[in-house]
Ligand binder design. Structure first.
Ligand code: F6R
Length: 612
């Protein structure tokens, strides 16, 4: 989960690389570096963010029309300057940037040391570039062939880009389980972890597949081979991303912009999918699997973090509306525990990035067991949608803030559409209930807009609680996953310890934590268990806990009991998460801002977790 970018063409490479690295910084920000070819090979790198790298290069020679850049999320070796990429070969003629993990780096390093190689860093990446040069010299092959041979020897994940001082007109890129896109401009070429660094230069892109090597030559353009030496015809695609989608657009942070985008992003997730006066649901990506879905004996939803929370909402939806038994699994557990999967099972993999290593591995495992696998992903062309049998994109647009917000509501929207479509086909939902949920769903964007009007009020609440040490989030039914999501949002961006619990579980342990210092966020919207949640609130009050309640617009009962209330519009119970999560996103955001945290790039995290 590092960000990598490369350029070769007629422009100065350095400004292209730096701008690209800023855009890729969501992928990691422990250290940054560039390598530039201009007669010689010059490397600048430093611990810290891309802005530190810019300071480091001030007044220095950054000329050259070929170069590579990297922003790191540390795996092997501390996040210091020594371990920052690019790394060089023994002769210092070759430089490499890498996103991924070379799992067998230790035996390779031992062998190379025996052969006289000296290493300057603790990284797995440096071993790979030494190996490539060792092969080049000892087997007397050209650089491309040396890369190909080396990649046959490594185990693990990689997206790499290599430049050579002796071959200033060539970049070599390759991928396995880490993303890589090649941009093709007019006499210039770009390679990057995603399309954001190349968006203003070209709309023509080629997404590399696993085990492919792209050889980009200044005069001859792009050639692709596999690591098994087969020639591949590049599949050119037109980029759909627009520049304004990846800019802050006047907001202080990407996270706030993305929270505010939700009326539109939810609408985009539904666009063209809920149609006509009968509210017919058309999910083009999974149409040919309609029968399989309708006859599914079981749904298994896999994901990580926020996507897993969306999966939990999916469990309530599929069981409630479509009456299909549903299990939700952490992808990281699923992949290692020999799960029982039958041919009638549908596995749904949920992932914003489409690159999460655990989710991707879980998909591969489920495939080997014969399940039909659907993807619900946001990033078009990413690895998970390519590994699944079918799926639906969420169409939420690029999510850049590390804390996921609009991706969650988009995932829940797609899950709702799926549950409704299947429920109607199976006859497990009455037509009038179907219509009332579908009509309500189409009103959700304007209701989200309503919830966003509470922003100033939520900011005031945040000021009162920003300096506490702990938070509890409680919810029942559809609001239980939202409680988990609210707690995750708070801990990841404010670094305040927070726990989400099913409200009724409180009395089995967490109630011991409640005293006058403990804020408890209670999801108490109009729902089937409203009376029960009122009882839970009384239990908290009796122990002097401080209640922040998310309530429905006309609720007057809870207003009397809670220290603070945040109102959300009434809706169908099954759609509540799409509204009740918004105040929790805003609460976490404001607390983090008040505490001076780096909201968009919280410590130790990265947007796309392409390592285990
Ligand atoms: C939380 C967050 C993470 C991701 C998780 C899965 O705000 O962003 O928990 O949800 O890393 O990522 P994707 O959805 O890309 O698979």
């Amino acid at each position: 989960m590092c960000g990598i970018v490369g350029y070769i063409g007629h422009r100065e490479a350095y400004p292209v690389l730096i701008k690209g690295l800023h855009r890729l910084e969501y992928r990691g920000y422990d250290s940054a570096g560039v390598a530039l070819i201009n007669g010689d090979l010059r490397i600048y790198k430093i611990a810290g963010k891309v802005s530190e790298l810019e300071k480091e290069t001030e007044g220095k020679n950054t000329h050259g029309t070929c170069g590579i850049g990297h922003t790191r999320w540390a795996t092997h070796g501390e996040p210091n300057t020594r371990n920052a990429h690019p790394h060089v070969s023994e002769s210092k003629n070759l430089a490499i940037i890498h996103n991924g993990i070379i799992e067998n780096y230790a035996p390779l390093k031992t062998e190379l040391k025996k052969r006289g190689h000296a290493f300057l860093s603790d990284t797995d990446t440096e071993v790979l570039i030494h190996l490539i040069e060792d092969i080049q010299l000892n087997e007397k092959v050209d650089l491309v062939e040396a890369v190909r041979i080396a990649l046959n020897q490594v185990i693990g994940a990689y997206a790499i880009v290599i430049v050579s001082k002796d071959e200033p007109d060539m970049l070599i890129a390759a991928r396995k389980s880490s993303p890589m896109v090649v941009g093709i401009g007019e006499g210039e070429y770009f390679v990057a972890s995603d399309a954001s660094p190349l968006i203003e230069y070209t709309r023509n892109v080629v997404y590399l597949n696993d085990e492919e090597i792209a050889i980009v030559r200044r005069d001859k353009g792009l050639e692709i081979i596999t690591i098994h030496n087969e020639t591949i015809t590049p599949y050119l695609q037109e980029l759909q991303m627009q520049l304004d989608m990846i800019e802050k657009g006047g907001y202080d942070h990407y996270m706030l912009k993305e929270i505010y985008e939700q009326p539109n992003s939810i609408m985009d997730s539904m666009r063209g999918r809920l149609i006509g006066s009968r509210n017919t649901i058309v999910l083009g990506g999974i149409k040919e699997y309609e029968k399989k879905l309708t006859n599914a004996k079981r749904m298994i939803i896999i994901g990580c973090g926020t996507s897993w929370h969306a999966g939990l909402v999916g469990e309530y939806l599929f069981e409630d509306i479509a009456r299909i038994p549903t299990e939700v699994e952490y992808a990281s557990e699923f992949r290692y525990r020999n799960p029982v999967i039958n041919e009638d099972d549908i596995v749904i993999a949920i992932s914003q990035s489409g690159e999460t290593a655990d989710t991707l591995a879980a998909v591969e495992l489920a495939k080997t067991k014969g399940a039909t696998i659907f993807g619900i992903c946001n990033v078009v062309g990413s690895s998970i949608p390519r590994a699944t049998h079918a799926g639906s994109y969420t169409h939420a647009g690029p999510e850049i803030g590390v804390a996921s917000t609009k991706a969650f509501t988009a995932q829940v929207t797609v899950l709702t559409l799926m549950a409704l479509a299947i429920g109607r086909k199976r006859g497990t939902i009455t037509e009038s209930k179907y219509q009332s949920i579908a009509i309500e769903l189409s009103k959700i964007p304007e209701k989200v807009q309503e919830v966003l009007k509470s922003n100033a009020h939520i900011r005031q609440i945040a000021e009162e609680y920003a300096h506490v040490q702990n938070f509890l989030y409680l919810g029942r039914g559809y609001n239980f996953p939202v409680a988990l999501e609210g707690a995750l949002k708070l801990k990841e961006i404010s670094y305040i310890h927070a726990e989400g619990y099913p409200a009724a579980e409180m009395k089995h342990g967490p109630i011991a934590l409640i005293d006058e210092n403990m804020p408890v966020v209670v999801m108490a919207t109009n729902m089937s268990a409203h009376d029960k949640i009122v009882s839970n609130i009384q239990e908290i009050r009796a122990r002097k806990g401080r209640i922040i309640a998310i309530i429905s617009e006309n609720d007057e009962v809870i207003e009397e009991m809670a220290e603070h209330v945040i109102r959300i519009p009434d809706t169908e119970e099954s759609l509540t998460p799409l509204l009740s999560v918004i105040p929790l996103q805003l609460l976490a955001y404001h607390i983090a801002v008040i505490l001076g945290r780096n909201v968009d790039q919280p410590r130790n995290l990265a947007k796309s977790v392409t390592v285990e």
